[in-house]
Ligand binder design. Structure first.
Ligand code: AKB
Length: 318
């Protein structure tokens, strides 16, 4: 029986909602306190309203539930961030600094803070990007994640805070919808395919990006959190890789199941963001330190996505 009590910040989001469920299964229903800036449409059990920019409320929730672990998932992502750079910086940075300070003051045992492949930029090696490399991103989201990684490492070195992080690639899952990212197309495309609709892609057909299936992302996150502290050699953020593909390749894979599926391309401002990121990731260090090993490739993920979305939309044949 665990004695940990977990606060999830940003629990309504694409990853937050699925991670909350996984944490409930892992630690027990009552030990997980989801929170977000808005009330979710449906929820069972605990839920708390929390604006991460309010450190007093954050501290009060930590006291109320005797929180021992915090998962801080609230952030403005790459594409949305470019619409409002300064507010994005405030939300992403002040939010993190509040979490770090409250965690230090209240002696939180473990903190999880996701970084992203958005930390990489045009001057980063694009193929098999190493763990430790040039990080000069061109988006405000990417800049905030680089700074966030360094602040995390600072709190670990200076105060001994046990903070752990992965650089998520684009995350694809049937359970929830992404919002405001550059990799979002790779979720949307499956919904359109199952609903029998044509898909217009906002990236060029040959844009290769690193991606990861949600099931692998959640399994990896829990494995990182469970790993013994002495195994964690990276306190900025671990590279994490699943697969890499282009819009043309994912379309082709979907067409194996949905032969009439139609895809057209109309690149917009998100193309420049995608072009500034790397194409594939070297995650050797995560594999070595805490046994990271993804299970899903493009073919397996496509089968699983279509089956689950077929059930959700009650469309036969998947
Ligand atoms: C985005 O596209 O902004 C995110 C990410 C890669 O962090 N999905």
């Amino acid at each position: 029986m665990t004695t940990d009590t977990i606060l999830v910040i940003g629990a309504n989001g694409q990853i937050g909602s699925v991670l909350t469920e996984a944490l409930r299964n892992h630690f027990g229903e009552d030990r997980v306190i989801p929170s977000d800036i808005r009330q979710p449409e449906h929820h069972i059990g605990h839920f708390e309203l929390l604006d991460v920019l309010d450190p007093d409320r954050l501290g009060a929730l930590v006291d109320k539930y005797r929180i021992t672990q915090i998962y801080h998932l609230a952030a403005v992502l790459s594409a949305k961030g470019e619409q409002a750079p300064l507010p994005t910086w405030d939300i992403n940075m002040k939010g993190l600094l509040n979490v770090l300070e409250v965690s230090r003051e209240k002696k939180i045992a473990k903190v999880f803070y996701p970084s992203s492949i958005a930390v990489f930029g045009p001057s980063t090696p694009r193929v098999n990007t190493p763990q430790s490399t040039v990080m000069q991103p061109s988006t405000v989201y990417g800049i905030s994640k680089v700074a966030g990684e360094l602040w995390s490492q600072y709190y670990n070195l200076r105060y001994g805070l046990d903070i752990r992080s992965v650089r998520y690639p684009g995350i694809i899952g049937y359970q929830s919808m992404p919002g405001g990212g550059t990799t979002d197309y790779a979720v949307d495309i499956y919904h359109k395919a199952v609903l029998g609709q044509a898909f217009e892609c906002f990236l060029r057909e040959d844009t290769r990006l690193p991606m990861l299936y949600m099931d692998d992302a959640i399994r990896g996150t829990l494995a990182l959190i469970d790993a013994p502290s002495e195994k964690i050699t990276i306190r900025t953020s671990y590279n994490l890789s699943g697969m890499s593909f282009t819009p043309a390749e994912i379309s082709l894979e979907i067409k194996k199941h949905v032969p009439g599926f139609q895809v057209s391309y109309k690149p917009d401002f998100r193309q420049a963001i995608a072009d500034s990121w790397t194409q594939s990731i070297d995650d050797t260090v995560a594999r070595r330190d805490w046994g990271w090993n993804p299970r899903f490739d493009l073919a397996l993920m496509t089968e699983d996505m279509l089956r689950h979305l077929g059930e959700q939309y009650q469309v036969a044949g998947f």
